[in-house]
Design a protein. Sequence first.
Length: 365
Amino acid sequence: MAIEKDKKVKRIIQGIIAVLVVGGIIVGAQFGKTKYSSPSDSIKTSGSSGVSTANSSTNDEDLFPIKTATRKDCTLAPFLVADKKGYFKEEGLKLVFTGELNDDAVTPSILSGDNDVADTHPNSLALKVYGGSKIKAVGRSIIEPGPDVDPKLRHMRFYVNKDAVAAGVKTWNDLTNYKGSEKLKSAGYSNTCEDFIPNKISDSKGVSRDKFEWITFESDLQKIQALKLGQVDIIGVHPPFFDAAKEAGLTQIADSSEAGLGEATGVYLYYFSDSFIEKNPDKVAAFVRAMTKAQKWANANVEETAKLTSEFIGTEVKGNHYYSETTEINEETIKPWIEDLVNTGAIPKESIKVDDIITHKFEAK
């Protein structure tokens, strides 16, 4: 019966992906109405950020375009740095933003070829691969910083509103008795960092995972507003929106370091379709090199990176994430995310291994 159930679940996931791929193609057909652009085209070149594009003799028309969906969230910074600092151009690439997409449409756009690269957490990637998506991660983006790094660069902070504080909620442990037997509405997507990290914190604090139910929102700013209005009970927020949560009068009760997983807590992966990797291995390698340069620069120049992000998204930013400074994909940082999918029953045991979702082919030797 368990085998038949697993087959049924997998068929359902594959069916959903097939529908989304068709949807992604339809979305792609609309891209002609959106101006394709490099982030550099949208950012002040004189810039208060002090960031300047690197000089290069390469003409733009000779550059290979790497297409990705436009984003105005916490994953943006290394793309902006690689573009504005000229790291893509040094590698013979040109980053092209193709327009904003809903989260569900991103992977279909990769599979259809409307976009080339996207990024996500290991659990989300594992579910996509389990469902039949032919994609692979080629490098790491975000990781959780160590204790010696400024806390504002940690992957997430968790907040409650004034009602919870008035009821005595000051730490994560206090959530156990908050609202009695009533489930707490937690804002976030399931099978992403938004449930993985708080679940791991709950495990470490002895708070039952069953205490929470998940309410999805498209952005951190929407979550902040929902908590302020009392529509949810707890939210997780990413940089660069920590200040927005504070300004909304919310109270921080934990951050992602309390999950106890080290750098694995925040690990984020860049992925391409298997087809793109097979056809353009040199371009994928160039992308990984460019992003690694950008991530090193972002870690070393936190304030300048924040200003650059601010200019693009039109909102004041005082911090971003912390990034991997090596092309190596540490498998030990991937395993907890896949294991959690098995433990929650999202995928069968041994149905997905680390090497099903990543490739080490593009790591610098």
